[in-house]
Design a protein around this ligand. Structure first.
Ligand code: DX5
Ligand code: ZN
Length: 221
């Protein structure tokens, strides 16, 4: 199947005390999936939530596609509980991981899809040998840890390299992506778009989500 445009709002900057309602609102406004930012205070200097919260959210939202963006020191540790919580796509940072293939295999055995994430300082060549076992590659366009940061356009060569070499790969961008920066992401070849502040903080979420999707679609062959 040809790759598709998917828009996944990040709920990091939403009202986390109202996570279910905020998430449902995003889905009602056209979100294709939910991007759930899990931070452990070690891999990144911030803390968010873990599998107990994701499991509670899943109890409220039965159907939606959940991606967890695992900004954690030991992604292997959370595979089983996140699978149990109903996660569909387990995207983890390769930087702290010694045996990436071991982690990808365990994610698949747990019934989830595999996403490989790289920080701005990590070259795409460092994950080249794992791409065949991944369902998606996430190219961070900010330093992971916080929402609302400025988009790093100098990450686009990574996206272009991936798209040129892997025409059917799902390529995700995350960090500072919104109506002002989507064109450059889509042109480079990204098709899974995470957007936090630009969507969640908008008075018209539906319009922003639709605009982002239309720009991505306009570059898909
Ligand atoms: C940053 C997170 C992102 C972030 C996106 O560490 O991984 O998902 O919340 O938010 P914006 O779009 O505001 O940069
Ligand atoms: Zn994220």
């Amino acid at each position: 199947m040809p790759i598709q445009a998917k828009i996944g709002p990040s709920i990091l900057n939403a009202d986390l005390a109202n996570l279910a309602a905020e998430s449902q609102k995003l889905l009602d406004n056209g979100a294709d999936y939910l991007h759930l930012d899990v931070m452990d205070g070690a891999f990144v200097p911030n803390l968010t939530f873990g599998h107990p919260m994701v499991k509670c959210l899943r109890n409220h939202i039965k159907e939606a596609f959940f991606e967890t963006h695992m900004m954690v020191q030991n992604p292997e540790q959370w595979i089983a509980p996140m699978a149990d919580a109903g996660v569909n796509l387990y995207t983890f940072h390769v930087e702290p991981v010694k045996d990436v293939c071991n982690v990808t295999r365990k994610i698949q055995e747990a019934g989830m899809k595999v996403g490989l994430a790289i920080k701005p300082g990590t070259e795409v060549k460092e994950i080249e040998k794992y791409i065949d076992v991944a369902d998606l590659v996430l190219v961070m366009t900010v330093e992971p840890g916080f929402g609302g940061q400025s988009f790093m356009a100098d990450m686009m060569p990574k996206v272009e390299w991936l798209r040129n070499n892997y025409p059917n790969l799902d390529i995700e961008v995350d960090g500072g992506v919104g109506p002002k920066t989507i064109d450059c992401c889509a042109k480079a070849g990204a098709n899974w778009i995470v957007s936090g502040t630009a969507v969640v903080g908008s008075a018209d979420q539906r319009q922003v989500i639709s605009e982002l999707r239309n720009v991505v679609k306009s570059y898909l062959k």
